[in-house]
Design a protein around this ligand. Sequence first.
Ligand code: AMP
Ligand code: ZN
Length: 674
Amino acid sequence: MIIFVLMSVEEKIKALRAELALHNHRYYVLDEPVISDYEFDRMLSSLQELELANPEYFDPNSPTQRVGGGVTKNFETVRHDHRMYSLDNSYSKEDLLDWQARIYKLVHEPITYMCELKYDGASISLTYENGQLLRGVTRGDGLQGDEVTANIRTIKSVPLVVNAPSMERFDIRGEIIMTKSGFASLNDQRRQQGEEEFKNPRNTASGSLKLQDSAEVAKRPLTCLLYSIQGASWVIETQQQMLEQARDMGFKVPNEARMASNMEEVLAFIDYWDIHRHELPYEIDGVVIKVNELGHQQTLGYTAKAPRWAMAYKFKAEEATTILKNVVYQVGRTGAITPVAELEPVDLAGTVVKRASLHNADQIEKLDLHFGDTVVVEKGGEIIPKITSVKTNLRRDDAVSVGFIERCPECDTALVRLEGEAQHYCPNEQNCPPQIGGRIQHFISRKAMDIDGLGEETVSLMVKQGLIKDFADLYTLAVDQLIPLERMGEKSAQNLVQGVQNSIRQPFHKVLFALGIRHVGETVAQKLAKAFGTIDRLRMATEEELIGVEDIGQKIAQSLMDYFANEQNWYRIERLRAYGCQFESKEEETPSKSSEILSGLSFVVSGVFEQISREELKALIMAHSGKVVGSISGKTSYVVAGDQMGPSKRQKAEKLGIPMLSEEEFFNMIAVKS
Ligand code: AMP
Ligand code: ZN
């Protein structure tokens, strides 16, 4: 805790920065937080306030700068102080023994080895001066790379201020990676927002480094793993020491590295990680073996491209041979067509593989794929394996070649392929079932209209049967129409209709998000709603006005203008408006305390009331952030019971032990609590 009294503003700011950096390190590097997120956020806002009020103390390396915001149109090319070499590769024990023999020709003393994991991401060189991050540069051609400092600052595991043994300038080398779980949740988010998913963590990490908007980078779950210090003005004797020093300075240096005193031990390290690599939180594509003594490293020196004192050992991509049974085509939410190979099930890297991705038409053509082919599948960084080659010598003479489909498998519309793009699209945005289904799914999701009681299967069933063609149609659904659907009882139909009705209370920014406009995610929708207040003003906004809003760039502005230029979209908005959806921000959008009193509670309203109609009572519950549901279940919080409540309902409530409130008791509840 910081003792604030008697401190000057500058001292307070410095103390807060240091303390926040410490907690940041505990959280993102050590994985051992000692304070709650809430406390951290509170401390961060105090610092933000102080910095805002005292701009003369601005520091690009303040923890407040982690959120990004600066836009870099062109990354500057800068020369590395120390060249970034590549690594020689080996694939077998023999390769490694050859390497060892070459080393012992030049070094006539015993050598030890440092065995490290080979992190699969994008290489980065970070320069520090006066203990402060000065710049971050990509490898480029090894001599010069792109300066991406603004983006690097947003990566929380990169310390902005370090406790270095010397204030002089030095470089630290590492790899920017995305963990498997970070990658999965990023893709989850993208799926929910109807955006194309990323293919693998490595490309996503290196692509993220080159984004122009650093605020966008801040949202990507990137991590930086370090393995080398270059140009240090202090003494470092071994690679092992180097790793320890880097760790002590606050860098994230994985703990898996091990010393080996001979090749046998090196091979044991390799064998271990070849099997256990899948258990790591991030991807590796091999291991790197380094001569541990820096003195020996100096004797060995470099070839034109790589150090003689290090060797990468690349794991064999795990592959298997199987038969191609069929090719099916999936239609995504945006209409993109993905061909998928159906395979004879085969064991690969511990899982049974039945499908492989084929990416696009070019890929099929390149492989010259025929039905019934014997194919080699490989599990690389991608989540689903891919076909890498075909054993043409095993192909039957009468095998039929796989030709790409010309029409959408779901709606039979002729597919289009935009110039310069590899992907085929179904252009039938408005009527193609998976595209409609995808948009509806997004519309009803929790962060959008939050409509309960509608699963993915029910949605596609309703679309298939022509019950709905658009999310606006949800508001026309009647209980009778729903009951005939598979697995839809009267109760669930009632719940669904009620859920749809409740959703008209969702505030404007959620409705705006629910519309599923490309690139308009949750936060963007909030900012737009705040800036323009109503859908009509938003629609009339010029490009400049849009870009004038915080966080809104050219891409989003363009997407909004395209969206509003389409009459069908406008017609849909008008329908939603007619059904009662909110297209204006209410002044009291941030709910007052009393209006949140029933939040998290769900109510069943039954019977006839004296002072109020049933509909009014329901509205009252919703106005206090409660939820109205159609039927009693274990999850119901209260039943508000009026006269003539059905005996079966009463029995059910009693059986489940759901408390029943009279009209009077309900009024007391909101009055007392308010
Ligand atoms: P390559 O790209 O195949 O030439 O391999 C060289 C790259 O491997 C370097 O640029 C590093 O970014 C990366 N690498 C990953 N892990 C390590 C590590 N532990 N030591 C050295 N380089 C590594
Ligand atoms: Zn289609």
